[in-house]
Design a protein around this ligand. Structure first.
Ligand SMILES: [Zn+2]
Length: 281
């Protein structure tokens, strides 16, 4: 083990001992966002947009790995998967501190990696397998895939329409994990329950299916701008992103995703990274 790697491990040991994981996530996310924005700002040609381009930027340009340290196991235009085999300071630090990488890497390094990739294109989604992660497996299986926001917003609009009355349009939400819809709900305007928002109902339904911890990295699609309470619940549930439809706000002729980092200070008990995206369709 060389001195540079050992210094990184010791720095990571100090960080994991002295800082809450959500604060680590926020620190890492902001650093990665700044790096990527500077990089994209200097690009003269077309912006990178494919999963393979995002993979190269993340692993080779940013993390400084060699291709043999992250061999590709699957690649097509819709996504790319690889196995990380690099010497990892977080893995080593977790082993020295008897911490579980399935917890630490999910809480501190999954959404912050999505934050990096969202700067390229928020429709590119990062995922990591927590059944194939070191030290429980010989390598960490990770990937980047394309999630078609327009199709998912259409699913939210579909959820908003009551099956018993196709003319009755309400508010709709779908919660997506990976590329699977795990929560779907509508909120009728005539409901007597003021807490029964479509977003919260979709989160509740998804949590009942996959468990609250399993919601990490999820994306919530909503037919219109969510309220502050729903933003808070989404962020605290571990979701990464809310995409809401706002055709009247934007009046754009083509589908556009306008990304922005939520002012997380507004969520007093939340320190991590979370994004709210407005789509004009
Ligand atoms: Zn709400």
């Amino acid at each position: 083990m060389d001195d540079i790697f050992e210094a990184k491990v010791q720095e990571q040991v100090r960080r994991l001992q002295g800082t809450r994981l959500r604060a680590v996530e926020r620190e890492v996310a902001l650093k990665r966002i700044a790096w990527m924005r500077e990089r994209l700002g200097r690009l003269r040609g077309p912006r990178p947009h494919s999963p393979a381009e995002a993979y190269e930027l993340l692993l080779f340009a940013y993390l400084g790995l060699h291709p043999r340290e992250a061999p590709i196991v699957r690649e097509d235009p819709s996504g790319i998967e690889w196995t990380s085999l690099n010497a990892c300071p977080t893995l080593e630090a977790c082993q020295r501190l008897c911490l579980d990488t399935r917890h630490v890497c999910r809480e501190a390094y999954e959404r912050s990696t999505q934050a990096f990739i969202s700067q390229i294109n928020p429709q590119l989604r990062f995922y990591r397998s927590y059944s194939q992660i070191r030290p429980f497996a010989s390598g960490c299986r990770e990937g980047i895939f394309v999630l078609e926001f327009t199709a998912m917003l259409a699913a939210a609009h579909e959820a908003a329409t009551a099956e018993e009355d196709r003319r009755s349009k309400a508010r709709g939400a779908v919660l997506v994990l990976g590329s699977h819809v795990v929560g779907r709900a509508r909120q009728a305007s005539h409901s007597n329950d003021p807490t029964l928002h479509a977003e919260m109902a979709a989160i509740r339904q998804a949590a009942g299916t996959v468990g609250v911890r399993g919601l990490c990295g999820g994306v919530l699609f909503v037919t219109s701008r969510p309220c502050g309470a729903c933003l808070s619940h989404a962020a605290l549930s571990g979701l990464t992103t809310i995409v809401y439809d706002a055709p009247d706000e934007t009046r754009l002729s083509t589908p556009t995703i306008d990304g922005s980092l939520l002012a997380v200070g507004a969520l007093s008990s939340f320190e991590g990274w979370f994004e709210v995206l407005r789509a004009g369709t």
